[in-house]
Design a protein around this ligand. Sequence first.
Ligand SMILES: *Cc1c(COP(=O)(O)O)cnc(C)c1O
Length: 371
Amino acid sequence: MDRDKILLTPGPLTTTLRTKLAMLRDWGSWDADFNAVTASLRSSLLSVIHGHDSHVVVPLQGSGTFSVEAAVATLVPRDGHVLVLDNGAYCKRAARLTTLMGRRCTVLGFDEAAQVDPATLEQQLKGDASITHVVMIHCETGAGVLNPLQAVSDVCAANGKGLIVDAMSSFGAIEIDARKTRFDALVAASGKCLEGVPGMGFVFIRKAVLDDCAGRSQSLAMDLHDQYVYMEKTTQWRFTPPTHVVVALAEAIAQFEAEGGQPARLARYTSNYQTLISGMAKLGFKPFLDPAIQAPIIVTFHAPVDPKYSFKTFYASARSRGFILYPGKLTQIETFRVGCIGAIGPDEMEQAVHAMALTLQDMGIASAAPA
Ligand SMILES: *Cc1c(COP(=O)(O)O)cnc(C)c1O
């Protein structure tokens, strides 16, 4: 069968037919029609965070990590000092790219089964005046933890530190309001909860810090200030834009708005999440996280203790039934992940659970209970 499989992954994810169809045209990067799409897209993105007064948004070619790297390079002075709040794999990636770009970087570690702690952050900031910026991941996609953005933002504001937020897997689904929450930069991308296709990121930069960013980036391609200035002056992207990705995202955002924006998206993902959790519980699967800190974005499950279980076989069998699962990303214990995001609803989640039930039967596993 050539029907697309359903992607239960945190990007790329399942998109609607309308979004896919938007890519069937060619656009000139200098053409006014395309530049109008870019302008309207940027305005819609700012509306999602109520950020028209406080922030600008700068799109950038590439996957989400390119934009995180660009945000750090553009925002942090070369002699700046970044504190990364680390409770998972994407935090470690942010620390690594910060170090590779020659910025001083300190990592404040937390348990990967817990949220980062604002009180510990406050202590660290009081004890080291050289820290200029804090980097946090809003939803740590590694395990699926939702980190306390408002509390971290309050601590940074009270201590006069810049805050850079990787909101890649939360943007569009979890509320982020720039009128209430102060951040210098916030990063997201086309192929996550907005349900576009992968290929571009975008960074919200606080207007008050924008001018100071000139000349800070050590990279030409990653310089968001330069991209911003060029885009404002010419309405064009600085280098070849991912035209098909841009028009697909514009189409995906039109559907996002028609659905009811962020609250509606959160409601659908929450109902996907609840359908998944309750169905999986019946099979014996146990989630890794305490539900109180779990984002309804991606769920980590313990692997079954049954010796007949192997992720490879489990994956292949679920795949043959039309569902693509995601491996675990924890270092200590064996897990796998199931995404709740994308152009899917509770019906698809129910079918996914059913596919996993049949898969367990095939493997001769009576209960998926962990050790
Ligand atoms: C998806 C994601 C990224 C970006 O990953 P890419 O593979 O570069 O698209 C960054 N941070 C988080 C938290 C993510 O979920």
